[in-house]
Design a binder for this molecule. Structure first.
Ligand code: ZN
Length: 136
């Protein structure tokens, strides 16, 4: 099985407005989508760039997984999301290769697509997300 490309790059930030301003001024890129996921304690902003996007993740409270990440490793690269055509089939494929999944069952991501996270201990410390993308 083969991933289709980079769906997005996830970046943990403390100052969402500040980073969005820097990205707009430096690269002429505007935020396309911004939303608060209260139950996950995350504010998310997406900047679409060709077939991929930059996903900025800001913690909304101290219990947020993003705040825990920033406390431990600082702001910066949080995860890489790879586009695949069938998340469920990909989870089976990885589990058959003894790769540990965080999500053994796909869940719905911020923009309604099916996603699943792979455990970083199976990926050399990198958090990788699978995102389902249907070819149009
Ligand atoms: Zn993501």
């Amino acid at each position: 099985m083969k991933a289709l490309g980079i769906a997005h790059i996830g970046i943990a930030v403390s100052d969402m407005d500040g980073i969005l301003k820097i990205i707009e001024e430096s690269f002429g890129l505007k935020c396309n989508f911004r939303n608060k996921l209260a139950e996950q304690g995350i504010e998310i902003a997406k900047i679409i760039l060709g077939d991929s996007s930059i996903e900025l993740l800001k913690p909304l409270n101290s219990d947020s997984v993003i705040q825990k990440f920033i406390d431990k490793r600082g702001a910066g690269l949080h995860h890489i999301s790879l586009a695949v055509d069938d998340v469920e089939a990909y989870i089976n494929h990885l589990e058959n290769s003894a790769i540990e999944m965080i999500d053994k069952i796909p869940r719905t991501g911020a923009d309604g697509r099916r996603i699943a996270f792979i455990h970083p201990k199976s990926m050399g410390g990198i958090l990788i997300e699978l995102e389902e993308r249907h070819s149009e």
